[in-house]
Design a protein around this ligand. Structure first.
Ligand code: G3P
Length: 214
């Protein structure tokens, strides 16, 4: 499974990229706002660090506006993927952008039928939001399993990005469900890396080594 970092904080991307585990990056308007920086500058800098898909989200609500926003963003770097919302206008934009050779990530997916339509419209990626489904009492990961089955039934090339990931368990479950990608906040990636027994084991090895040297 590929791992994308779900952040617009460039320092986090640099740190995780150095671990050799980052295959791409996803951003959204909330994450860009948190970074406090100009959208285009952040996207450019991320593309210089990570050699993989970098999702940049449009904020227009009409297809023509989305397409107009998408073109200059896609021109920043060949790896830029345009994130469009799962609406009728978003699908229209995804369809039009595919014809221009611009890849899209259809976001805010909460049902398998939505994912099916996005794939049919020509999206390169769909982003089911598992954490937000869990928040309202649905098992979010079941959505990923359903989309996996549907895409496999018809050999859709569209890749599934498990999004709204809140914990290492989501990462494991996404991998078990056969998601192509999990997009993970930096904090969750750190949680995946760390284990108290690893720390205790390290401490013990180093102590024993010190004793052996005496
Ligand atoms: O990838 C989408 C993600 O950024 C949304 O996460 O935690 O706001 O539901 P969250």
């Amino acid at each position: 499974m590929k791992i994308f970092l779900d952040t617009a904080i460039v320092d986090e991307i640099r740190a995780a990229h150095a671990w050799g585990v980052v295959d791409g990056v996803t951003t959204n308007p909330s994450l860009i706002a948190q970074s406090g920086r100009r959208f285009e500058d952040v996207v450019k800098e991320i593309c210089a660090i990570v050699d993989g898909p970098v999702s940049a989200e449009v904020i227009s609500v009409d297809a023509a506006g989305m397409v107009a926003e998408a073109r200059p963003l896609a021109a920043i770097h060949k790896n830029v993927v345009i994130k469009v919302p799962m609406t009728a206008e978003g699908l229209k934009a995804a369809h039009a952008l595919k014809k221009e050779g611009i890849r899209t990530n259809v976001t805010l997916i909460f049902s398998p039928a939505q994912a099916l339509l996005a794939a049919k419209a020509g999206a390169a990626f769909v982003s089911p939001f598992v954490g937000r489904l869990d928040d309202v009492g649905h098992v979010g990961m079941e959505l990923v399993e359903q989309i996996r089955a549907i895409f496999d039934n018809y050999a859709f090339a569209c890749e599934i990005i498990t999004a709204s990931v809140r914990s290492p368990l989501h990462v494991i479950d996404a991998a078990m469900a056969g998601a192509d990608i999990a997009t993970v906040p930096y904090k969750v990636l750190e949680q995946c890396l760390k284990h108290p027994l690893t720390d205790i084991g390290m401490e013990r090895f180093l102590k024993d080594w010190e004793k052996a040297k005496k």
